[in-house]
Ligand binder design. Structure first.
Ligand SMILES: Nc1nc2c(c(=O)[nH]1)N[C@H]1C(S)=C(S)[C@@H](COP(=O)(O)OP(=O)(O)OC[C@H]3O[C@@H](n4cnc5c(=O)[nH]c(N)nc54)[C@H](O)[C@@H]3O)O[C@H]1N2
Ligand SMILES: Nc1nc2c(c(=O)[nH]1)N[C@H]1C(S)=C(S)[C@@H](COP(=O)(O)OP(=O)(O)OC[C@H]3O[C@@H](n4cnc5c(=O)[nH]c(N)nc54)[C@H](O)[C@@H]3O)O[C@H]1N2
Ligand code: SF4
Ligand SMILES: [Mo]
Length: 676
């Protein structure tokens, strides 16, 4: 049996595992990595099943091109030439900005770097983005403004020494299981836990305080807590004076948020808000942990600003056991952002609008580069639907299932003159493509991945890809060469050398240094041992900036026609659009079909019984799925996981966007439900 140490392909926790393969080159299973600092000999259910989809018979094995309406196998030259000809033709006839490139938080740093190079240097457009837009774009926007860096400030090891953990809008035990178990271990050791989530989640059972506020009311809750903290003099005066700016503006902005006013918005009792404020501020070391319950709102950026304000007000920054800890979702969403698969920055968050930076990349790549920031992915869908965008290349994403308002997404993708998709499976999005290229998956290639705690780690090749599938980096190199750019890298290690020379925070990263536990950025030079805690003596931007916010309700709330609030998210066993987990036998067996969680009171009002098929409608469409009656969801709310194409939550969701981050309001829209 051969063992190959690699990084788990699912979530941003960054566990390491061994892939077990036999002499015939087939995968037999997975074993945890005993001495790895993150996984410490453990894995969650998805990690244990990380091998299961790799050799699935539906893996894409040859390039496909649409002829007479049907996708038919062709050789690589034909498929690559066609993509080059079509994208190049659109750029020449309609301008480079009529193209859009979607990169992937599932592929490596090197592959993300190359795709953003292809968009910018190859085709002359900054129209590149990826699923971080749907995920932590609110975090990046807000924390760059308040601290100067959009990443998780602390490390997972900090859970071992913190006194209090405030989990707000993160179902950690299901979505980041090994971080969830660290939180439970901290509670066992005596740390306090506050959970703010309208649903009963596993963590809420262990919480000292469970706040079940209305979805979309977090700005009010957080401002109410801060006002109370100031009222009782529980703020950290020294920290505020030495390390922050704009405090007076914050103080003034908090005035309206009395416990009674906040109670009216959140549905919490005034005494719960007061108790939360006291618990949080009385802890010497408190960690704030958050995820999609905070970011996926039309006021997602304001939510994150409020979180940042709370941490600064209580001096919970730059120290072990504290910090602002956005849990990054996909295995490499941190890396895809770091590599500049975003419309306004190159790798390392270096701005495309800054002439000095543009010149640096222009010199390195030997071409002139576009000046104006490009389109966000959510705006690109709107532009395509309006016929203003003509060509798209999608690498490792499935927007037909994962973007909000499916009807509009489908119309947008169908309106394009040309769509190319590079994936490992024939996804719902790929079915709409003119060309599909088969990619090698994580187990079949080398590369590096960056976890939520900014830890850059190696992925290693355990077996050969199926059929003629190729690694994404090899595919992109072929496309770069067709645009006249030099791309003869022997492998990902050499691509990383180029990344390191152009990206200050990755300056000290090289493959030999990533041997086992990897390195946490910023790691500016080859002597530097990485940075577990950001903003230690000063914030990346200098002083931490208080950024006052006002409360704005969600874009669409329940009313007489659509009386229920729809909350969407995930289950512990499935991954997003299900392309990998629904093709993993044991995971698929756990959850086979689309369902909706509904409170017993609402169910009896609508005469719905357990497992009955129901129709759910919003202003954007209707789906059908099975009812699951549970008091996990409060009355007035239903919850649907978005994994199941046959009952797709995103047929219903609202594509109202945050004006700054462009994230859709996945967590709140109005629906009605009826038995079938
Ligand atoms: N098994 C599995 N794990 C995953 C994923 C997966 O698909 N499957 N996806 C990964 C990715 S990319 C991501 S981004 C993460 C997401 O991880 P999470 O954000 O933890 O997951 P979600 O289920 O989207 O939502 C989390 C919680 O937010 C709550 N919530 C909804 N609205 C609000 C609100 O207005 N305020 C507050 N305070 N809470 C609210 C929901 O009730 C839900 O319990 O998970 C990662 N891990
Ligand atoms: N309603 C609702 N919708 C949501 C959310 C929500 O909470 N509610 N959450 C949003 C969030 S946070 C996220 S991150 C997005 C996720 O949205 P997506 O990124 O679209 O979701 P995935 O299903 O993870 O898509 C990844 C694709 O990459 C492919 N893939 C895997 N490995 C490789 C590889 O090595 N190479 C290539 N080329 N392809 C590969 C997979 O087969 C799959 O098709 O969904 C968003 N959508
Ligand atoms: S917690 Fe995340 S990284 Fe760890 S094994 Fe589970 S899915 Fe993989
Ligand atoms: Mo995500």
């Amino acid at each position: 049996m051969k063992t190959t140490l690699t990084t788990c392909p699912y979530c941003g926790t960054g566990c390491n595992l061994y892939l077990l393969s036999d002499d015939s080159g087939r995968l037999n299973g997975v074993e945890p990595a005993g001495n790895h600092s993150v996984s410490r000999g453990q894995l969650c259910l998805k990690g244990w099943n990380a091998h299961a989809f790799v050799e699935h018979p539906e893996r894409l094995k040859a390039p496909l091109v649409r002829k007479d309406g049907k996708l038919q196998p062709v050789d690589w030259q034909t498929a690559l030439d066609l993509i080059d000809e079509k994208l190049g033709g659109i750029a020449a006839n309609h301008g480079p900005d009529s193209l859009m490139f979607l990169s992937s938080a599932k592929v490596s740093n090197e592959e993300n770097y190359l795709l953003m190079k292809l968009a910018r240097a190859g085709y002359g457009t900054n129209n590149i983005d990826h699923c971080a837009r749907l995920c932590h774009s609110s975090t990046v926007t807000a924390l760059v403004e308040t601290l100067g860096s959009g990443a998780m400030t602390n490390s997972l090891s900090c859970f071992e020494e913190t006194e209090l953990i405030f989990v707000i809008g993160s179902n950690t035990t299901e979505q980041h299981p090994l971080i969830g178990s660290r939180i439970l271990q901290a509670v066992q050791r005596g740390a306090e836990l506050i959970v703010a989530d309208s649903r009963k989640i596993r963590l809420s059972r262990h919480a000292d305080l469970h706040l079940r506020q209305q979805n979309g009311s977090d700005v009010a809750l957080l401002c109410g807590m801060m006002r109370q903290i100031l009222q009782e003099g529980l703020e950290d005066r020294d920290f505020i004076e030495l390390r922050t700016e704009n405090f007076a503006a914050l103080q003034a902005s908090l005035e309206p948020f009395t416990p009674e006013y906040v109670s009216g918005i959140t549905g919490l009792m005034p005494k719960q808000i007061i108790e939360a404020a006291r618990l949080f501020a009385n802890a010497d070391k408190a960690m704030i942990v958050y995820a999609m319950g905070i970011t996926q709102h039309s006021h997602g950026v304001d939510n994150v600003r409020a979180i940042s304000n709370l941490a600064l007000l209580t001096g919970n920054l730059g120290r072990p056991g504290s910090g602002i800890n956005p849990l990054r979702g996909q295995n490499n969403v941190q890396g895809a952002c770091d590599m500049g698969a975003l419309p306004d920055v190159y790798s390392g968050y270096q701005r495309v609008a800054e002439p000095r930076i543009r010149e640096k990349f222009s010199r390195a790549w030997g071409v002139s580069l576009p000046e104006t920031p490009g389109l966000m992915s959510t705006h690109a869908i709107e532009a395509a639907a309006a016929g203003k965008l003509r060509g798209m290349l999608i690498l490792g994403e499935n927007p037909l299932i994962s973007d909000a308002n499916q009807t509009q997404v489908q119309q947008a993708l169908e309106t394009l003159d040309f769509l190319a998709v590079i994936d490992i499976f024939p996804t719902e999005t790929a079915q709409l493509a003119d060309v599909i290229l088969p990619a090698a998956c994580y187990a079949e290639k080398e590369g590096s991945f960056t976890s939520t705690e900014r830890r850059i780690q190696r992925g290693r090749k355990a077996l050969e890809p199926p059929g003629s599938a190729q690694a994404d980096w090899q595919i992109i190199c072929e496309l770069l060469q067709r645009r006249g750019l030099k791309a003869d890298y022997p492998g990902p290690a050499e691509i990383m050398t180029e990344i390191a020379t152009l990206t200050p925070s990755y300056g000290g990263i090289s493959y030999p240094r990533l041997a086992t536990d990897g390195l946490q950025w910023p790691c500016p030079d080859s002597e530097h041992s990485g940075t577990p805690i950001l903003h230690r003596d000063r914030c990346t931007r200098g002083k931490g900036r208080f950024s006052p916010v006002v409360y704005r309700p969600p874009a669409e709330l329940p009313d007489a026609d659509y009386p229920l609030l729809l909350n969407t998210g995930r289950t512990g066993v499935h991954w997003h659009s299900g392309s990998m987990t629904r093709r993993s036998h044991l995971l698929d067996r756990e959850e086979r079909c689309a369902f909706v969680e509904i409170n017993p009171e609402d169910a009896s009002k609508d005469r719905i019984i357990e497992r009955q098929q129901v129709n759910i409608s919003s202003r954007r469409g209707t789906i059908r799925c099975a009812a699951r009656i549970t008091d996990k969801v409060p009355t007035g709310q239903i919850f649907i996981p978005f994994h199941f194409a046959e009952g797709a939550a995103n047929v219903l969701t609202n594509n109202a966007l945050d004006p700054e981050s462009g994230i859709p309001e996945f967590k709140v829209c109005a629906v009605r439900i009826a038995p079938c």
